[in-house]
Write a protein that binds this ligand. Structure first.
Ligand code: 5AD
Ligand code: SF4
Length: 453
């Protein structure tokens, strides 16, 4: 059915040299959806541009995790009014997590007449139909239905020729009380392992060097499937695929980070020796209010197990400061935790109230300045930890996937080490997309510097 619309559009677009601009916000799963949207548009005969003013089709693939991201998107869509006035044939679409909320759809209908298409997270394959219907009706067309969009097996038009993300599951069942994801992405649905393994094999054969497995909570992979693999089993199977590549994955929920998973990470030579394990808070009372289902003590057991088998094992985390009514003492427990764990890096956010979530119902008495102050304090503490912690690599050899020219230092290449540390080194641009071994000569609080050996 949808294929017919692709063919129809291909005929309509034929000879018109339509360029599409697709801008994804937010997490890597959303970026991966954006790559699928590009795949579908490519099949209708579009090429791509990174300048909205050159585009015949513009898609904003949005994120709803924090309010600031939503407001930014509305600001950008607002600014498209001018382009639409100059080119009435321009088609503007909004996709991604923001579309799953009725209030956003209403706001678009009411205040953003320049938007022609709204495409829900589970309706990506409806894109050709919506464009076609819009061309017929010249009205806003939308599909925000919640059916699982596994039929969307469009090939991703990938940004990189050596790093590929592969979604392994969609949605989340956890309902952390602050989080909008379960409401906008629905329940967990895992892809069959055979499909994932065949996609990764194909990517490795095409020369991809980094495979990033994606899911909101990868540790629950397979729980909704009958007779399929668990996540640690999937990791081991992907590790057996022949070729020189590195396997990464995100994100893991600490409540499900069991020994089987940790052993798979430690024992599979292609799996990166790094775990992103979002802790969110170092206070048990806040973790309880967040519905995280683990305690600080349990979390530390996981850290201790990894570090007992590999003393320098790299960890990163996400932290939310200013959860409703977080006390100073509870915040100091988070400071204590990050000092104790010694993360290589933390991604920290001020709590953002998301309507529809449980936490949004809590009356919050903490002033915004207190929350900003806590964020600054946390970042200061982490800066000092990263600074000290990165020195452990000086004098050591690191394997790095070179991924581009450094934006901070003229003449340097940049890349990520197996441990997910940014490494900067001098070398020829032809090395971009290759693994290189470097000897670390120096370190800063955001990267290490090295020489290719
Ligand atoms: N406010 C602030 N940060 C949030 N995150 C998720 N929901 C919110 C929210 N309402 C953060 C969490 C999560 C990361 C992807 O975004 O730390 O791990
Ligand atoms: Fe949101 Fe929690 Fe699910 Fe992560 S595990 S997507 S924070 S509900």
């Amino acid at each position: 059915m949808e294929l017919n619309y692709k063919e129809k559009l291909k005929q309509i677009f034929s000879g018109k040299n339509i360029k599409a601009y697709v801008h994804s916000f937010g997490c890597q799963l959303n970026v991966s959806d954006g790559e699928k949207i590009k795949g579908i548009l490519k099949e209708t005969g579009c090429s791509f541009t990174d300048k909205p003013e050159d585009a015949g089709i513009i898609i904003f693939n949005t994120c709803a995790v924090r309010e600031s991201a939503e407001e930014r998107v509305f600001g950008i869509i607002g600014s498209m009014k001018k382009l639409k006035a100059e080119n009435p044939d321009l088609i503007i679409g909004v996709s991604g997590c923001m579309t799953a909320q009725e209030k956003n759809l209403e706001r678009i209908k009411k205040s953003y007449p320049q938007v022609d298409i709204v495409l829900g997270t589970s309706a990506i394959s409806s894109l050709p139909r919506l464009i076609y219907e819009h061309l017929e009706s010249n009205k806003l067309e939308y599909d925000i239905s919640e059916y699982a969009d596994f039929s969307c097996n469009a090939e991703q038009v990938r940004e990189s020729s050596f790093k590929a993300s592969v979604p392994i599951m969609f949605g989340c069942n956890n309902f952390c009380t602050y989080c909008i994801v379960p409401y906008v992405r629905g329940r967990e649905r895992s892809r069959a392992s055979a499909d994932i393994i065949s996609e990764v094999t194909q990517l490795v054969n095409q020369g991809y060097k980094e495979i990033m497995l994606l899911g909101q909570n990868v540790n629950s992979y397979g729980k909704d499937l009958e007779n399929d693999l668990t996540f640690p089993e999937l990791l081991r199977k992907i590790n057996e695929i022949e070729g020189d590549f590195i396997i990464r994955f995100m994100s893991s929920h600490p409540k499900d980070a069991k020994k089987e998973l940790l052993d798979a990470i430690l024992e599979c030579e292609k799996v990166a020796k790094h775990l992103h394990l979002p802790v969110q808070s170092g206070s048990n009372s806040i973790l309880k209010a967040m519905n995280r289902n683990y305690t600080v003590e349990k979390y530390l057991e996981t850290v201790d197990y990894l570090r007992s088998r590999d003393s320098g094992f790299s960890l990163t985390t996400d932290i939310i400061v200013g959860f409703p009514n977080e006390t100073d003492e509870e915040f100091q427990d988070t400071v204590k935790l990050i000092k104790q764990v010694e993360y290589d890096n933390i991604y920290s956010f001020i709590y953002s109230k998301r309507s529809g979530t449980k936490a949004s119902m809590i009356e919050d008495s903490t002033p915004e300045e207190v929350k900003s102050h806590r964020l600054r304090e946390l970042l200061e503490v982490q800066k000092e930890i990263s600074d000290r912690h990165y020195r452990r690599f000086i004098g050591k050899t690191m394997r790095v996937l070179a991924d581009g020219k450094s934006k901070k230092r003229e003449g340097f290449l940049t890349g990520k080490s197996n441990e997910f540390i940014i490494a900067e080194f001098t070398g020829d641009e032809s090395l971009i997309g290759q693994f290189v071994n470097i000897k670390v000569t120096d370190s800063m609080n955001w990267a290490v510097t090295g020489k290719i050996i």
